[in-house]
Structure formats: C-alpha cells, structure tokens
Ligand binder design. Structure first.
Ligand SMILES: [Zn+2]
Length: 389
C-alpha cells in the first residue's frame, strides 16, 4: 500500500516540469527564478508587487524615481483602456518557428495581426531602406495610444543575425496568443509596445552584417562622445532615430545574435549610469529566465562606439538593452523554436522588471563580488579577440 502511494507521488512530481512549461504561468516562473537565484536572497520584486501580477493602482509607489519622472506611468490606466480588444475580429493569425520567414512573410504577418485586432494593433511603415525595401513595424496596446509609456523591441540591426527578427515575431505571437494572461493583460494596459522585426532589411536580404552601403548600423548612433551631426550616416538608423525621438521609449530591447548575454548601457566606455543598479537587476531577471550566466554593462563585453542602446539611454533615458540571444547568428531551423521560447521567457521577465521599476517597486540587486570579477574575466577573454556581435 505504501509503495502504491509512493508511485502516485512520483507520478505527480514527474508532471511538475510540464506544468512549468505552460505559458500562463511563465510570469510566475520568472519571479520564481529571481527568488531562487544563487547570489541573492532577496527578490528583485518587492513583496508588495509579488503576489499580484497587476500592481495595485490604489497604492502609489513610495518614492518616485528619476526614471519614473522621465517616463510617467498613468496612475489610472483603466480609464484609458480600449474596450473589447480581447476579441479578435476574425481568426488569430498563427506563425510558427520551424523555419525563417521572408520579408514578404513578415510584412503579411504584421498586416494580418493588425487586421485581426484593429482596436489594439496598428500597422506602420517607418520608411524605406537604402535599396527601397519597406521598413515595417506595429504598435500594440489596450490603452489609447499616446496616453501610456512606450516599449520598443527591434531585431536585425545586423543583417546576418536572422534569429533576432524571429525573436520580435515570437513576442508578437506570444502576446496575441495569451491576451488573457494577467501579465500580458497588465503589460498592454500600462504600455504601448512597438515591434520592429527588421532594422536593416537590405542586410537581411543579402545575409550581411552591414547595410547595403557597408555601414554597421549598430555603430552609427550618436553617443556621449560623438554628436548627432557626426552620426546617423545611414538611412536606416535615421529612421530608427526618428522613432526613438518621437516615442521616447521607457524601455526597449535590440536583439542581436552571435553570443549569449544581456547587456545594458553604456557600451562606449566604463561610464556607469545613475540607473545602473536598476538596469543590472532587470538584466539579471532576464538572464535567469533564459538560463544565461552572463549579464553586464555593455562595455564589459567589449567597448563599442555608436550603439543603439547607448543613444536611446543618453537621449531619452530609455532602459535600452542589447539581448544577445543565440551563439549562432542563424541557428538551425530545427532549433529555432527552442531559442524563441527561451527569448520570450527572457523578454517577459525583462518587461516585468521594467513594470516594477516604473511602478517604484523594484527591489535592487547590487552586484556581487563574483559578478564584478566575472566582468574582468570576460573582458580579458574578449579583449583583442573577435569583435562584439
Ligand atoms: Zn548584432
């Protein structure tokens, strides 16, 4: 009889990993990962915000932060909500990650999701690339555009990093398939999210890092030691700059490929920002969710001048990250679904951290001695080695 009970208990325990793979509890998993990290006993999200996926609107943050002041969160997002957006007008578009998508596929997909959710999603064309390819993006929110802070996800600054375009598509797909998830619902009420799968369509078409004029777009932005007049040589970065300057994003991710780590500003030098502890804490949340051990200020990987993330932070104090999501820039199609699921988990954890920071309830995790030591080791490994991807 006892052995029967044991068998039942083991059978139940064996189901636990499958339970935790379910999308509707991914946000809880992200929190759990933060709570169970090796280096810190404290949760990155304070107890006040931890039990409820949606922060309590009747309880304002104890202290307004500089970042909060820069990017105010509407205290009454419910009033701005657009009703009935949970119900698509027609079937919800499907996309899978068993293969890479062409630019024609991607444009059709973006248009189809905007058509399916006309109150919640808008399709836009940012402009045309050097060779005349359209650069498309969508914006998505359950609140009225312009009344809430903004987030920005983009891919393929470097044309040979195809996994990063798929990452943006994977986030769109996850969100529209999980609109009733409390984390997703909260995100869409509190933010307007911008998704741009391809920054460099000419490079994407020819599978080359640079744009068609040979410019490395992620070295083309202004940064604290280079003026805007001396930067933005490419059409493509000028278009992104226009969007950054108009929307003044609260936070964002530029996905890259070629290694696996989470990076935050600055990248041009060891110039620590006043938001470093917050950005490190959010980076750790994302890294833990993705199973990454490497997360550091961007310069620790390798100094790089003219990065997207440095400009967005310098100009608008955007919590602007570089997620290096795959060691191979174009992983095999058979592995793509795995990498996309992992990137979605990391991005959701990131967004949860950003919500906590903007809401004033992010508990900071200062760096451990091991982390500080690892920056030097990693820097030495890369110093003089291959350039940053
Ligand atoms: Zn890259």
């Amino acid at each position: 009889m006892v052995s029967l009970y044991l068998k039942i208990i083991f059978a139940l325990l064996s189901l636990v990993p499958f339970l935790f793979s379910c999308g509707d509890i991914q946000q809880k998993e992200a929190k759990r990962t933060v709570n169970s990290n090796n280096h810190h006993s404290a949760s990155a999200i304070s107890d006040r915000g931890d039990d409820d996926a949606e922060p309590n609107d009747s309880e304002p943050p104890d202290e307004a932060t500089d970042h909060l002041n820069n990017h105010p969160v509407d205290p009454t997002p419910e009033q701005n909500s657009v009703p009935t957006v949970d119900v698509p007008e027609g079937p919800v578009p499907q996309i899978d990650f068993t293969r890479y998508h062409s630019q024609e596929d991607i444009s059709a997909y973006l248009k189809s999701v905007a058509k399916a959710f006309p109150k919640m999603i808008q399709f836009h064309t940012l402009g045309k690339s050097t060779e005349g390819r359209e650069i498309d993006y969508i914006s998505m929110s359950k609140s009225i555009p312009g009344t809430v802070p903004t987030l920005y996800l983009n891919g393929t600054h470097h044309g040979d990093e195809w996994s990063t375009t798929e990452a943006v598509l994977a986030m769109i797909n996850y969100i529209i398939q999980n609109l009733k998830d409390p984390m997703v619902s909260s995100l869409l009420k509190r933010y307007e999210i911008f998704f741009q799968p391809i920054v460099n369509p000419d490079g994407h078409a020819s599978t080359q890092r640079e744009n068609s004029e040979g410019l490395d777009l992620n070295r083309d932005y202004a940064f604290p030691r280079r003026s805007e007049a001396d930067s933005f040589k490419s059409v493509e970065t000028r278009l992104v700059k226009a969007l950054l300057d108009e929307k003044k994003f609260s936070a964002g991710i530029a996905y890259h490929g070629g290694t696996e780590c989470i990076l935050w500003p600055y990248g041009y030098d060891w110039d620590k920002t006043p938001d470093d502890d917050k950005m490190r804490t959010i980076a750790k949340m994302a890294a833990d969710a993705m199973g990454f051990s490497q997360y550091f200020m961007s310069v620790a990987l390798y100094p790089a001048e003219g990065e997207h993330s440095d400009y967005a932070y310098m100009k608008h104090r955007t919590f602007s990250y570089t997620f290096e999501i795959t060691n191979e820039k174009i992983p095999s199609e058979s592995s793509l679904a795995f990498f996309m699921e992992r990137t979605v988990k990391g991005t959701l954890a990131f967004m949860q951290g950003v919500m906590a920071a903007d809401g004033g309830y992010l508990t900071l995790l200062p760096p451990t001695e091991e982390e500080v030591a690892s920056w030097g080791v990693y820097h030495d490994v890369w110093n003089g080695g291959p350039r940053r991807e």
